[in-house]
Design a protein around this ligand. Structure first.
Ligand code: G6P
Length: 594
C-alpha cells in the first residue's frame, strides 16, 4: 500500500532509489517517482505507471533523495497524483504512505493562506504545511507539521538546503537501514537488502533525522531515544527471482524450505508461547484475505487437536461487532503485520480484555506491538502480491500451536502429540513431490483458462482450502471463482452450472468422503466438468474429468498439500492468460487503509 524509500550517502542516488522502488513495487504500482537533491535544487521525476516504464533518462547521481511507488487512495492513478510532492517554492519534497484524516481542513487553511495544490491527494498538504511552518530550521518545521497531522503516515521529506532526510512514522511501516557512510529508509526491510542487513524499526510516533553519517530518533514525547539495531537473516537472493519467471512461482517452490524453517527448533522444544500462562477455553481467529483463510483452517485444527471451540472473524468486521461478555484467546494472522484492519482489530481485542497472539512473517511489524505474544512464520520475504508460502507457514504454525495448547489443556497425550509432529516432519517432502509434478498440473489448466466462472467445493477442513483456491484464481487469473462448502452448491449455485462451468472438487478420505462423492456425482450429472483434487480413489477416477491425487497424508494435514495443487493451478491458469501474475491489477500486498 505505497512504498517509500530514501537514501543519504555517496552512491549513485538515482540508482539506489530505483532499486529500492523495484523491491517495493509489490506495495502498489499505480505510479512512481523520485525527488533528488542535487546542486541545491530538487529534481523531481514522476509518472503514472510501472517503475520499468519510467526513468529512462539519467537521474542525478548525488547527494540524497526520496522515492515512492503508489497504490491510489485519494485521487485516481495519474501523473499529477504521483509522489513526490513539492511545496510552492520547490524547496521541500515529500513522499507519504498512509492516509491523512484531517487533510481537508489543513488544505482549506493552507489554500486561504495562498498555497496552491497540484494534486487530488491528501499527501500533498504535508509539503505545504512544512513550508508554512518553516522558519529556517527544517527538522523543527517537520516536527511541528507532524504534530498537526491526524491519521496514518510514513513520511520522508527533504529540503534543498539540507543534507538530511527527515522521517516520521505512525501506523504505517518505516524502517531505517544502517550502512557504513550511508543510511537509508524504506517501507520495509527487503528494499534495503542490497545495501545493509542492519535495521532499526521505528515505532509509532517516532521522528528521525538521517544523514549519511548519523541517525537520531525522537519518540512521541520528543525525547531522543535509541532504537535497537537488529540484524536481518534474509539474503538479497531471498528477495530476487532466482531464475523463476515470477516471484509467485519461486515462492510456491520455496514452500518445502519455508515449512522446514517454520518447524525448525519448535518441534523438539516449543518456546514461542507458554499456554500454561493463559486460561484458554475458547479461541477466535482474526485476519484478512488469505490470512483469514488460514484462520478458517485453524478452526478445524484447533477443534480437533486442542479440543477447544473456535470462531473466525474477518478483521474489518470484527471491529464493528458488539463486544460480547466472553474474551476468547485471540489469534491474529498477518503476513505483513501491517494490514490496518487487522492491527486495529488487535487493539480492539485488547480493549475487550482478550489475551492476544499474532502470527506474522515480518519482524517487529506493527501488529507485534499490539499483542501479548508473537510467533513468526519463517517463510522469508514474500514479494508476489498473491500470498502462497506465508499461508502454508501460517497453517504450519497453527498445528504447532494446537499441539501446545492441547498439551497445556491436558486433552492431548504426549504420544498423540508426537504422532502429529511426525506427520509435520513429512510435509516438506510431500510438498516437493507435488512441485515435481508441476507440468502435469499445468496441462490440466487449459480448460480452466477458457472458463468465465469456476466453482471450488470442499468439506470440513478443505472447505477453507476451496475458499483460498478460488481467491488465488480471482486474484491472478481474473476469472470469477467462488468457494463453497460442497453441500451448499445445491442451495442456489446449481442454477449456474453448465458444461461451461468447471467445478474443482476437493475430496479427502475424512468423515465427509462419502458425502463428497455424492456431491461430485450431482455436479457431474449437470454436465459441468469436474476437476478432482484429493486422495486416490476408484470412484473419483470415474466421476472426474480431470484429477490430481495428492501424496498420502492424514486428512487433518491435507490442506497443506491440497492448497499447493491449487496454487499451481491458479498460477498456470493465469500464465496461459498472460496475466501480470506478481502484480495483479488493483491489488496491493499490504493494505494499510481501512
Ligand atoms: C492483501 C493481499 C493478500 C493478503 C491480505 C492480508 O489483500 O493482497 O494477499 O492475504 O492483504 O494481508 P496480511 O499481510 O495481513 O496477511
Amino acid at each position: 500500500m505505497c512504498g517509500i524509500v530514501g537514501y543519504a550517502g555517496p552512491k549513485n542516488v538515482g540508482d539506489v532509489l530505483i532499486r529500492g522502488l523495484e523491491r517495493l513495487e509489490y506495495r502498489g504500482y499505480d505510479s512512481a517517482g523520485v525527488a533528488i537533491r542535487s546542486d541545491d535544487e530538487i529534481y523531481v521525476q514522476k509518472k503514472k505507471g510501472r517503475i520499468s516504464d519510467l526513468f529512462q533518462g539519467d537521474l542525478p547521481t548525488e547527494s540524497l533523495g526520496i522515492g515512492h511507488t503508489r497504490w491510489a487512495t485519494h485521487g485516481k492513478p495519474a501523473d499529477k497524483n504521483a509522489h513526490p510532492f513539492l511545496d510552492c517554492q520547490e524547496n521541500i519534497s515529500i513522499v507519504h504512505n498512509g492516509i491523512i484524516d484531517n487533510f481537508n481542513s489543513i488544505r482549506d487553511e493552507l489554500t486561504e493562506k495562498g498555497h496552491e495544490f497540484s494534486s487530488e491527494t491528501d499527501s500533498e498538504i504535508i509539503a505545504h504545511l512544512i513550508e508554512e511552518n518553516y522558519d529556517g530550521d527544517f527538522l523543527k518545521s517537520f516536527k511541528k507539521t507532524i504534530r498537526e497531522l491526524e491519521g496514518s503516515y510514513a513520511v520522508v521529506a527533504i529540503h534543498k538546503g539540507s543534507d538530511e532526510l527527515v522521517v516520521a512514522r505512525n501506523q504505517s511501516p518505516l524502517v531505517i537501514g544502517i550502512g557504513s557512510g550511508e543510511n537509508l529508509v524504506a517501507s520495509d526491510a527487503p528494499a534495503l537488502l542490497d545495501y545493509t542487513k542492519n535495521i532499526k524499526y521505528l515505532q509509532d510516533g517516532d521522528i528521525a533525522r538521517i544523514t549519511n553519517q548519523e541517525v537520531e530518533i525522537w519518540d512521541e514525547d520528543n525525547t531522543l531515544v535509541e532504537r535497537e539495531t537488529k540484524r536481518l537473516n534474509w539474503d538479497v537472493e531471498d528477495a530476487e527471482k532466482g531464475g523463476y519467471e515470477h516471484f509467485m512461482l519461486k515462492e510456491i517452490f520455496e514452500q518445502p524450505k519455508a515449512i522446514h524453517d517454520s518447524l525448525l527448533g519448535r518441534l523438539n522444544n516449543f518456546e514461542d508461547v507458554d499456554f500454561s500462562k493463559y486460561d484458554v477455553d475458547s479461541v477466535q481467529f482474526i485476519a484478512c484475505g488469505t490470512s483469514a483463510h488460514a484462520g478458517y483452517v485453524g478452526r478445524y485444527i484447533f477443534e480437533k487437536i486442542a479440543k477447544v471451540p473456535c470462531t473466525v472473524e474477518v478483521s474489518s468486521e470484527y471491529r464493528y461487532t458488539s463486544s460480547s461478555e466472553s474474551s476468547p484467546f485471540t489469534i491474529f494472522f498477518s503476513q505483513s503485520g501491517e494490514t490496518l484492519d487487522t492491527v486495529a482489530a488487535a487493539r480492539e481485542a485488547n480493549r475487550r480484555g482478550c489475551d492476544t497472539l499474532a502470527v506474522t512473517n515480518v519482524l517487529d511489524s506493527s501488529i507485534t506491538r499490539e499483542v501479548d505474544e508473537v510467533i513468526y512464520t519463517q517463510a522469508g520475504p514474500e514479494i508476489g502480491v498473491a500470498a502462497t508460502k506465508t499461508f502454508t507457514t501460517q497453517v504450519i504454525i497453527l498445528y504447532l500451536l494446537a499441539i501446545e495448547l492441547g498439551l497445556a489443556r491436558g486433552v492431548l497425550s504426549k504420544d498423540e502429540a508426537e504422532n502429529y509432529k511426525d506427520e509435520l516432519r513429512t510435509l516438506p517432502r510431500k510438498v516437493e513431490r507435488i512441485l515435481d509434478d508441476k507440468e502435469r498440473i499445468k496441462k490440466k489448466t487449459k480448460r480452466l483458462a477458457e472458463a468465465e466462472d469456476i466453482f471450488f467445493v470442499g468439506r470440513n477442513i478443505n472447505y477453507p482450502v476451496a475458499l483460498e483456491g478460488a481467491l488465488k484464481l480471482k486474484e491472478i487469473a481474473y476469472i470469477h471463482a467462488a468457494g463453497y462448502p460442497a453441500g451448499e452448491l445445491k442451495h442456489g449455485p446449481f442454477a449456474l452450472l453448465t458444461e461451461e462451468t468447471p467445478v474443482i472438487a476437493l475430496a479427502v478420505r475424512d468423515q465427509t468422503f462419502e458425502k463428497m462423492l455424492g456431491n461430485i456425482g450431482e455436479i457431474a450429472a449437470r454436465d459441468s466438468p469436474v476437476f478432482v483434487v484429493g486422495d486416490e480413489n476408484k470412484e473419483l477416477k470415474k466421476l472426474a474429468d480431470e484429477r490430481y491425487f495428492i501424496p498420502k497424508v492424514p486428512p487433518l494435514f491435507s490442506p497443506i498439500l491440497m492448497n499447493v495443487v491449487l496454487q499451481l493451478t491458479a498460477y498456470y491458469t493465469a500464465y496461459r492468460l498472460d496475466r501480470d501474475i506478481d502484480k495483479p491489477r488493483n491489488l496491493a500486498k499490504s493494505v494499510t487503509v481501512e
